[in-house]
Structure formats: structure tokens, C-alpha cells
Design a binder for this molecule. Structure first.
Ligand code: AHR
Length: 330
């Protein structure tokens, strides 16, 4: 009798644990590892899941949509409790994400938001405001030119775009173009993808420099490409940060170092640190809290050599990189 009671107690305890936050399996379909940002993002999410004692099922899509589709289907067959998803491009996800919905696995969208977000179900979404980041890159540049006394000068800009078809690249391009309509003195003379990688940033910048000897400004959709471009600019005998004004996006420590060294002029922040949002969301959802479909954007800043340059339409001012580099977490 005692034995039967003890067995019953163990069973009750086991059942209480199943379905509680302690027994969760969280799957994460990541794009790949193209940038410092992405490495920091993977690390941040994966460590946080492990720290909660949840089981992690991680898949690196290696920049291929078909790998991510396969991973999502594997997550469904494994019957995971939550799926975290960011897609390498924004289109082509509706079929597989509908399968996730049909399997009734709560889906959390992270970083890049698929264009089918309006027609699929998701339980929470945390992503970058890519259009706003693009606006900020262009606005900081225009205000920096004014600070240099070059506001009325006709200047030439080149752009290193992110992965073609990704909402990060589409949004940043849109935000840049929107602001530039107000600055007819800034002409975009070349714009090409560098795929968000340092290596491609370097090779595409080399080709820009061969084709144009009059480049004044480089906007890079991420800092990895900006850092690759700096190598190309130095190799071409020009001085990055002076002969060519360089503005990137993401704000990893490596960009701060380049700014402090005078090689780069500014970086617009795009945080990869989504773990606190994700962990809280899972805990809330387990407790029955329902999130609406709003995409939550973290607060983000802008960093440069001296600070004090307005980078947003609502008047926010840049912060001096040297003052905050020690606090950077990525
Ligand atoms: O989606 C976020 C972007 O993707 C980051 O700016 C970039 O570095 C990354 O690869």
C-alpha cells in the first residue's frame, strides 16, 4: 500500500512538471552565422534557454531558406513546446508556418518578421525597426555633413546592402531613401548587396572604389560590411572615416573600436539581445498571459566619435562611443 502511494506521488509530481516552464523544449531556427550580430544573437538566446533549464533544439540554417523549412518541419515532428523563428528572407514562409500553426506549437517571431505575419498565428514578436534604422543612418550622415560645414556640397554616396530579400535590407533601404529625398545634394552613385558579411563588404567596396574615384560616403546595412569596406578603402590608399565617411548598423564592440580608432564615423544600434524578451514571453505564456500581435522593437541608440549629433526625426542625439564601449555586451 505504501509503495503504491509513493508511486502515485511520483506520478502526480511528474504530471505537475509536464506543462510547467520546467519541462519545456524550445526550438530555435536561426538564419546562419553571417555577422558578429548573428553570433551574439545565437549565443544570447541559446544560453538563456539553457539557463532556464529548458531543453534547446537549435538549428543553423546556413543562410538557406530550404534548410530553415526543413528545420521547422523537424521541430513539428519532434513535438517541441515552442518555436523561435527568424527567416533569412521575408517571403516564402506561409506554407511551413501554417503547418506550425496546425501543429498548435506556439510560434515566437524574432528579429526578421516574415511578410506573411498578418495571415499566420504567432504568440509574440520581437524585431528590429529596420526602416527606422535606415532613416537614422541617413539622418545622422546629413547632420554630420552639416556639422562639417558641408551641408550644401554635392556629395556621392555608395551603399552596401544586406541580404537581398531580407526585411532587414529592404527596411533599411526604404528608410535611407525616405530621408535622402530631403537632401538632393547627396547622390547615391552605387548600391549593391554585400550579404551582411565582412568578406563581401570588402570585395564589393573594392569594386565600388575601382569604378568611382569620387566616393564621399559609405552607408553599410551592417557593421560587418563596413569593417570589410574599411580594409578595402585602406588598400586603395584612402583614409576611412576622413576621405570617406562611414556609417554602419548593429553597434557591436568591433564597430566602437573602429570609431574610436577614427576608421569609422557612426553606428546605428540594432540589438541582437532578445533573450530577456523571449524568456519573459515564454514564462508569461505558460502562466496564461496572452500577447497581442504587436511587434515589439527594443529601444536603440546611435554611437559616434564625439556624440551630440541628431540621428532621429524626434531629435535623439548620438552618444560618444568611448564613453560606453566598456558596457557593450556584444
Ligand atoms: O536582421 C538583423 C541583421 O542581420 C543585422 O543587422 C545583421 O548584422 C544580421 O546579419
Amino acid at each position: 500500500m505504501k509503495k503504491a502511494l509513493a508511486l502515485l506521488l511520483v506520478l502526480v509530481l511528474m504530471m505537475a512538471t509536464v506543462g510547467s516552464a520546467g519541462a519545456l523544449t524550445v526550438a530555435f531556427s536561426q538564419i546562419g552565422q553571417e555577422s558578429d550580430w548573428r553570433t551574439a544573437n545565437t549565443d544570447n538566446i541559446n544560453k538563456a534557454i539553457a539557463a532556464e533549464g529548458w531543453e534547446l533544439v537549435y538549428d543553423d540554417g546556413q543562410q538557406k531558406q530550404e534548410n530553415q523549412v526543413r528545420a521547422l518541419r523537424n521541430f513539428i515532428s519532434q513535438g517541441v513546446d515552442y518555436i523561435l523563428f527568424t527567416g533569412v528572407v521575408s517571403t516564402g514562409w506561409e506554407e511551413v508556418l501554417t503547418e506550425v500553426n496546425e501543429a498548435e506549437i506556439p510560434l515566437i517571431l524574432l528579429d526578421r518578421i516574415p511578410d506573411c505575419a498578418d495571415v499566420i498565428d504567432y504568440v509574440a514578436a520581437f524585431g528590429g525597426d529596420f526602416v527606422e534604422e535606415g532613416r537614422r543612418m541617413a539622418l545622422w550622415t546629413a547632420n554630420y555633413l552639416a556639422k562639417l560645414g558641408r551641408a550644401d556640397e554635392a556629395v556621392n554616396m555608395v551603399i552596401l546592402e544586406g541580404t537581398t530579400g531580407s526585411d532587414a535590407a529592404i527596411g533599411r533601404a526604404e528608410g535611407i531613401a525616405e530621408i535622402l529625398t530631403g537632401y538632393p545634394n547627396i547622390s547615391v552613385i552605387a548600391s549593391q548587396t554585400g550579404n551582411f558579411t565582412r568578406a563581401e563588404g570588402q570585395t564589393v567596396m573594392e569594386s565600388f572604389l575601382k569604378a568611382h574615384d569620387d566616393i564621399d560616403i559609405l552607408l553599410a546595412h551592417n557593421d560587418d560590411m563596413a569593417l570589410g569596406a574599411i580594409d578595402a578603402i585602406k588598400a586603395a590608399g584612402k583614409v576611412p572615416g576622413k576621405d570617406i565617411i562611414i556609417v554602419g548598423c548593429d553597434s557591436p564592440k568591433t564597430a566602437f573600436e573602429a570609431i574610436i580608432a577614427g576608421d569609422m564615423n557612426a553606428t546605428i544600434e540594432c540589438t541582437p539581445l532578445y533573450a530577456p524578451f523571449v524568456v519573459q514571453a515564454i514564462k508569461d505564456l505558460e502562466a496564461g498571459v496572452v500577447y497581442d500581435k504587436t511587434i515589439i522593437h527594443p529601444e536603440e541608440g546611435c554611437f559616434d566619435l564625439e556624440g551630440g549629433i541628431v540621428y532621429s526625426l524626434d531629435g535623439k542625439e548620438s552618444v560618444k562611443a568611448a564613453d560606453v564601449i566598456d558596457q557593450r555586451l556584444y
